[in-house]
Design a protein. Structure first.
Length: 412
């Protein structure tokens, strides 16, 4: 029986949330999430200090062996003895080179099946791939099988997804980023981001995030037409939580460049982010609001947020009761719209903004950053400067609220 036939029966808790492969040495971080040791160590080695599943900042990178889960996995493997043995030796570089060269031959499908499990056999396999100088070969496999205006068959798709999976296992340094960020090599990755299997789309998003580390690489990624529509589509796949989180992280990394933020807005990112907010957990809300706040630094983003029928009410609901981070970003978004949106925005949004008024009066007296408190105070000033619109929301309550606001703002 082939490995891929057994994968659907694998208990979900046996998969590493990072690699999505069967864990060999499960360890637990402070958030209580278990990962394969080689995957989480590579995550930390790339400079991250968060839990990949929850994106919570870790006060310590200590890893605790999950011995119970390890025994359960070993028992499951024993009951499925046809799976590759976890004790195999690291890949031989010459063998790996021969296998990769076989991707261009007639027995390509057999080579793909052999390669599928190879990078998982040992934490030293990544080193073998690098030592074998296989990265250019893997990129060549992608570029030769996925070409503009050419139909990609099932065999080619499977081959490319294996190559993409192997690339995703490698530590990414600047020479590799420069190699990947050429238009020829980025195109198949962005194509898989839109049209690959769910796991391939996830791995493509993770790879793009790891490449987008400075301006040069963000510019190269932003020039690809399909990257933003692919990430937006991935945001909408709410049943695949890891894919949503990967898309958020990729958008954050890529949209540090303002022009990419504008392109993401035009691709529909604002609507996707706003509509996912009511149904996601706290950490996902924080990342979605962070991206929306970044979008609101440009006119296109502010217009898209203000123009969405649900945006103001949903963001207002996140101002309090979730986390301080949600409050900071929600206040920054609403402040940007109040201050920089064209004349008439406050009037048209009077009902929603009036519902925010009481929250601001309470929150401005609490312990938030000076920047957030300044924005709160400025929003109160903006709203108090348009009392007639607040009264249209609720004549009696709005009038008394406005009088209280004047007294409050005059207090030293």
């Amino acid at each position: 029986m082939e490995t891929n036939e057994l994968e659907p029966a694998m208990p979900p808790c046996f998969r590493c949330p990072i690699s999505l492969d069967l864990m060999r040495d499960p360890v637990t971080v402070l958030t209580g999430i278990s990962y394969d040791r080689c995957s989480i160590e590579r995550w930390f080695a790339d400079g991250n200090s968060t839990c990949p599943a929850t994106m919570q900042t870790l006060q310590s990178k200590e890893l605790m062996p999950n011995l119970i889960l390890r025994r359960l996995i070993q028992a499951w493997r024993a009951a499925n003895s046809s799976l590759p043995s976890p004790t195999r030796q690291p890949l031989d570089t010459q063998e790996l080179q021969r296998m990769l060269q076989g991707l261009g031959g007639e027995n390509k499908e057999a080579v793909v099946k052999n390669l599928r499990a190879k990078p998982r056999e040992s934490s030293r396999s990544c080193k073998s791939v690098v030592e074998a100088s296989c990265v250019p070969v893997l990129l060549s496999v992608l570029a030769s099988n996925i070409l503009p205006r050419h139909k990609v068959g099932n065999a080619e798709m499977e081959t490319c997804e294996v190559a993409l999976g192997m690339l995703g296992l490698l530590p990414i340094d600047d020479p590799l980023r420069r190699l990947i960020s050429t238009p020829k090599n980025l195109y198949p990755i962005c194509w898989l981001l839109r049209k690959g299997s769910p796991h391939a789309r996830l791995k493509a998003a993770v790879l793009l995030e790891n490449v987008a580390t400075d301006r040069e690489f963000r510019i190269a990624i932003g020039e690809m037409e399909e990257v933003f529509s692919g990430l937006v589509d991935l945001l909408k796949d709410t049943l695949f939580v890891m894919a949503v989180k990967a898309s958020l992280r990729a958008l954050l990394a890529i949209c540090l460049l303002k022009r990419n933020g504008v392109r993401a807005v035009k691709a529909g990112a604002v609507a996707a982010l706003v509509e996912m907010l009511p149904d996601v957990d706290r950490s996902t809300s924080e990342h979605a609001l962070e991206i929306l706040e970044r979008f609101c630094r440009c006119a296109e983003g502010r217009f898209a947020v203000a123009d969405h029928a649900l945006a103001i009410p949903i963001i207002t609901s996140k101002v309090s009761g979730f986390s301080d981070i949600c409050t900071d970003y929600s206040v920054a978004i609403l402040w940007a719209i109040c201050k920089y949106y064209p004349d008439g925005a406050v009037q048209r949004k009077a009902v929603e903004l009036a519902s925010l008024f009481n929250k601001l009066l309470l929150l401005v007296q609490m312990d938030f950053s000076s920047s957030t408190k300044e924005k709160m105070s400025e929003m109160l000033m903006i709203l108090s400067a348009a009392p007639m619109y607040l009264r249209s929301y609720d004549e009696g309550r709005a009038a008394s609220r406005f009088c209280y606001t004047e007294d409050f703002l005059e207090t030293p």
